[in-house]
Write a protein that binds this ligand. Sequence first.
Ligand SMILES: [Zn+2]
Ligand SMILES: [Zn+2]
Length: 169
Amino acid sequence: MLRVDLRAATTGPVETDAEVSPTDPALGDLEVVPTRPVLVSGRLMASGPGSFYWAGRVRTQVHVTCRRCLVPFTLDVDDTVSLLFTEDEDNDDPAAVIVPPRTADIDLGDAVREALILAIPEFPLCRDDCRGLCAGCGADLNQGACGCRPETDLRWGPLHVLQNDEESR
Ligand SMILES: [Zn+2]
Ligand SMILES: [Zn+2]
């Protein structure tokens, strides 16, 4: 589904629109499996002899857990990708993907997989100003202050606890 015939691309841009199942083998084993089909769009264009430029967009949704308050939430993934598939082994463009000479078709699966992995943050936050959990009582501080300490201290609660641990060793 994500294979593109290169002969077609030599005569003009080829649209690379596809809807891929999140469990499609083309995407390999993803650590965070999308909860919706992965929508791939874009164009593949010849870019000199043996070279093809792909500008694509990858959209889907994933379920992740907020790193601070531990609440699960849905994250929209919408990422653009640009890659140069080339037979030129010496091409050191960071966007270059070296393909064997006389390649008949290109599999965009790896590129889409890579885009998905990059688009999912390692430390997802439900919102930028998520207040997290109280280090003292575990209350979700997004729901309001707990009774432990003045609110201003709570933001730094976990760090403070860590420091105390080190001092007492
Ligand atoms: Zn949160
Ligand atoms: Zn508390």
